[in-house]
Design a protein around this ligand. Structure first.
Ligand code: TPP
Length: 661
C-alpha cells in the first residue's frame, strides 16, 4: 500500500476533499470554500474578514495571517479591526460595495469575529448593519466566540440573546463538519434574507480538531419556493429611511429567514421512533453532550427507538423555524430541550406550541420541569452526566422506571462527583506571570497605595497579594469606575493598569474620560509591545512609546513619566513630549510616589517587552540576546527567598536549605 502524500497546507488546498484541521482552521477554510462555490456558479466575488481577537477566537487572526497566500488566491482580504465594533462597521462597509459605480466584484462576503464581550460592545454597529442588510452576492457571518465556561474571561458569555436583540438569526454548529456545512448555509441565508447571520464558536468546538469533508459542492442549497420576494428585494440599498428598513427587517426579512431554514431543513430530526413519546431538542455542543449521555447510559439507537425517543438537532436557534418545530413536537407526550447556558430554544418552542390544540401539545421542560423545579442548569457548562440525569428524570416521569438506567446514572454521577474526604488537599492552580515578564515589576505599587487591574496578562496581579491590586472592569473602561468612587471616599488617589493592546483597542477613551472628570488617577500604561494574553499579536497600528506619550500628553495629563528597563535606548531631542521625564525601572517606586501626590490625571508609560515575545523574537533572530545574565551563587545563598520575593519571578525559587548544608 502506498502512503498518502500529506502536507501541512492540505487543509487550505481546495483539491483535498477530506482534511484534518482545527476549528480555527476550519473558519479559515470556510471563506475559501465560499469563494470556490461562487466561482463555480460564475460569480466573481471577494471576501472580507475583520474582527478582534479574544478567546476562544484568540488565534483566528494568527491562522488567517498564516494562510495569507491562500486567502489572497481566493480574493479574500483580512484586515484586523482596531476593536470589535469598528470591525463590524468595516464588514458592514463590505456590503456597501456595489451601491456606487466602481465595484470590481459582483459582491463581497464578509466574516466578522469577536469574543462574547466584543459582541456585546458592538451591538450598535450590529443593529445598524443588520437593518441596512447584506448585498445579494455578499452575505455576512458574525462569529461569536462564546466562553460558556468562563475559562478565559471576566464573565461567562452567551451571545444568542444579543444577536436576537439585533434581529440577527443565529446558527449554533455542533461539530467541525457543521462549521463548513452550516457556514456555507449561513452565507446563503444571509444573501437570501438580507440579514447578517450569527455563528457560535465555543472553545470545545473551535479548539477541537477533526477529519472532515470539504467540498464546495457538498452542500446543495435550495432557494425557497414558498416565499415571494418583495419588489426591490431584501438586500442593502441607499437611500434607506430607517422606518422602511425596520419594516423590511421585521416583515419580509424575518419571513425569508424562516423560509430558507424550512427549505433547507437546517433543523432536523436525526432519530425517530414509532410511536415517539419523548422528544429531545438539542443544539451545538449540548447536542454532543446529549449523544454522549445516551452512550454513557448504554442507550443505543435501537434502545432509543424502543424507549420512544425523537431527537431534533437544531442548527438555527433563532428564530426557531416554526413548521419544523411543530412537526417535531407532533404526537409527543413530553419535550426536553437540552441547551447550554440560558434557555433560548425552550422559550421559543413554548411560544410556538402554545396555540397548538392543547390535547396534542407535549409538556416542555429544559431549564425547569413542568412544575418549575430546576432541571438543566443555566450557569456553568453542561456535562453528559448532567444531561443523562435530566433524561432519566424525564423517562421516569413518563413511567419508565429502569433499574439498569438508574444504576448507570448513579455510576456516572459518582464518577463525576467523587466523594471528598477531609484528608484530601485542595489544590488550586492559579495563573502567574511568565518568567521575565515585565508585569512582575511594573505592577508594583508604593506602600500606602492600591491599584486597579485591567484586561490582559497584567490582570493576574489580582491574585498576587503583594501587588495590592483589586477590582477590574471590562476592556476599555479602565479607571472609569474611580470617577464614581472618588467623590465619596477619603482615599485620594488610585493607580490604574492598562495594557498597550487595550489602550489601542479602546483604553485611550477611558483615559480621556478620567481627564474630563478631573479625578486623581495615575494610569500605568504597560507597554510590553504585544497583545500578550491572546497570543502576542501586535497592537493595531503598532504605536511606539513616543506616539503613545504624545497622544496622552495631548489629553491634558498633569505629569508624564516614561519608565524603562533600558532608558538609554531612546533618541535625544523632541522624541517625547517636553514635560515628560525618563527613568530607569529602578526608580519606579519613587516616580509613583511623586505622581500619586499630583492632582488630576498623571501617566506612567512602563516600557519593557513581553518575555514570551522576546523569546519568540530571539528564536527568529529579531531580538538581541542579553549580554548579562544573573545567577544565584549556591555557595553564598542562605535560602532566605528575598530574591524570589523581590523579583516576583517563578523561576527564582529560594534554595532548599538542606542542599546547602
Ligand atoms: C471586548 C474584549 N475583546 C477582547 C477581549 C479578549 N482579551 C483579553 S486580554 C486581551 C489582550 C490585552 O492585551 P494588553 O492590553 O496588551 O495586555 P497584556 O496581555 O499584553 O498584558 C484581549 C484582547 C476582551 N476581554 N474583551
Amino acid at each position: 500500500m502506498t502512503l498518502l502524500q500529506v502536507e501541512l497546507d492540505d487543509k487550505y488546498r481546495l483539491e483535498s476533499k477530506r482534511i484534518f484541521l482545527s476549528g480555527t482552521q476550519a473558519l479559515v477554510r470556510l471563506p475559501m470554500l465560499q469563494r470556490e462555490r461562487d466561482r463555480l456558479q460564475g460569480l466573481n466575488t471577494g471576501g472580507f474578514i475583520s474582527g478582534y481577537r479574544g478567546s476562544p477566537l484568540g488565534m483566528y487572526d494568527h491562522a488567517l495571517w498564516r494562510a495569507k497566500a491562500h486567502l489572497q488566491q481566493h480574493d479574500i482580504a483580512f484586515v484586523p479591526g482596531l476593536n470589535e465594533d469598528l470591525a463590524a462597521t468595516a464588514v458592514w462597509g463590505s456590503q456597501q460595495v456595489g451601491l456606487f459605480p466602481g465595484a470590481k466584484v459582483d459582491g463581497v462576503f464578509g466574516i466578522w469575529y469577536g469574543k462574547g464581550p466584543g459582541v456585546d460592545r458592538s451591538v450598535d454597529a450590529l443593529k445598524h448593519a443588520n437593518a441596512a442588510g447584506t448585498s445579494r452576492n455578499g452575505g455576512v457571518l458574525a462569529l461569536a466566540g462564546d466562553d460558556h465556561g468562563c475559562q478565559s474571561s471576566t464573565l461567562a458569555h452567551q451571545s444568542e440573546q444579543v444577536f436576537a436583540a439585533a434581529l440577527i438569526p443565529v446558527i449554533n454548529p455542533a461539530t467541525l463538519q457543521d462549521y463548513l456545512d452550516l457556514g456555507l448555509y449561513g452565507f446563503a441565508l444571509s444573501r437570501f434574507s438580507g440579514c447578517w447571520v450569527g455563528f457560535k464558536a465555543i472553545s470545545e468546538t473551535v479548539e477541537s480538531s477533526a477529519s472532515i469533508y470539504s467540498d464546495p459542492e457538498r452542500i446543495q442549497i435550495r432557494l425557497p419556493e414558498d416565499f415571494e420576494m418583495p419588489p426591490g428585494g431584501l438586500n442593502i440599498r441607499w437611500p434607506d429611511p430607517p422606518l422602511e428598513a425596520e419594516k423590511r427587517l421585521f416583515g419580509p426579512k424575518m419571513a425569508a429567514v424562516q423560509a430558507f431554514a424550512r427549505a433547507n431543513q437546517l433543523d432536523r430530526v436525526v432519530l425517530d421512533s414509532k410511536p415517539a413519546r419523548l422528544g429531545i431538542a438539542a443544539t451545538g455542543k449540548a447536542y454532543l453532550d446529549l449523544r454522549q449521555a445516551l452512550a454513557d447510559l448504554g442507550i443505543t439507537d435501537k434502545d432509543a427507538q424502543d424507549l420512544g425517543l425523537r431527537i431534533y438537532k437544531v442548527a438555527m436557534t433563532w428564530p426557531l423555524e416554526e413548521s419544523g418545530a411543530k412537526r417535531f413536537a407532533e404526537g409527543l407526550q413530553d419535550v426536553l430541550v437540552v441547551e447550554e447556558k440560558r434557555g433560548f430554544i425552550e422559550d421559543q418552542l413554548m411560544r410556538i406550541l402554545y396555540n397548538v390544540d392543547a390535547s396534542r401539545r407535549p409538556t416542555v421542560s429544559g431549564k425547569r420541569d413542568e412544575r418549575g423545579a430546576p432541571l438543566l442548569p443555566s450557569e456553568g457548562e453542561l456535562t453528559p452526566t448532567i444531561v443523562a440525569a435530566a433524561l432519566v428524570a424525564r423517562l421516569r416521569k413518563l413511567g419508565h422506571h429502569s433499574p439498569v438506567l438508574e444504576q448507570r446514572l448513579a455510576r456516572l454521577e459518582a464518577f463525576d462527583n467523587p466523594v471528598t474526604t477531609s484528608t484530601q488537599i485542595k489544590l488550586a492552580r492559579t495563573p502567574f506571570f511568565c518568567s521575565g515578564c515585565p508585569h512582575n515589576t511594573s505592577t508594583r505599587v508604593p506602600e500606602g497605595s492600591r491599584a486597579m487591574a485591567g484586561i490582559g496578562c497584567h490582570g493576574m496581579a489580582l491574585s498576587m497579594p503583594t501587588r495590592r491590586t483589586d477590582l477590574i472592569s471590562h476592556m476599555g473602561a479602565e479607571g472609569v469606575n474611580w470617577i464614581g468612587q472618588s467623590p465619596f471616599t477619603t482615599e485620594n488617589h488610585i493607580f490604574q493598569n492598562l495594557g498597550d493592546g487595550t489602550y489601542t483597542h479602546s483604553g485611550l477613551l477611558a483615559l480621556r474620560a478620567a481627564s474630563a472628570a478631573g479625578i486623581n488617577i495615575t494610569y500605568k500604561i504597560l507597554y510590553n509591545d504585544a497583545v500578550a494574553m491572546t497570543g502576542g499579536q501586535p497592537a493595531e497600528g503598532a504605536f511606539n512609546v513616543a506616539q503613545i506619550a504624545h497622544q496622552v500628553w495631548a489629553e491634558g495629563v498633569k505629569r508624564l513619566a516614561i519608565v524603562s528597563d533600558d532608558p538609554s535606548k531612546y533618541p535625544q531631542g523632541n522624541y517625547f513630549p517636553q514635560g515628560a521625564t525618563i527613568h530607569h525601572r529602578r526608580e519606579l517606586d519613587a516616580v509613583q510616589r511623586e505622581l500619586r501626590d499630583i492632582k488630576g490625571l498623571t501617566v506612567i508609560v512602563y516600557d519593557q517587552t513581553c518575555a514570551a515575545e522576546k523569546r519568540r523574537r530571539r528564536k527568529r533572530g529579531l531580538y538581541p540576546d542579553p549580554a548579562k545574565r544573573a545567577f544565584i551563587n549556591e555557595l553564598v545563598c542562605e535560602g532566605c527567598g528575598d530574591c524570589s520575593q523581590a523579583s516576583n519571578c517563578v523561576s527564582v525559587p529560594p534554595m532548599p536549605v538542606t542542599r546547602m548544608l
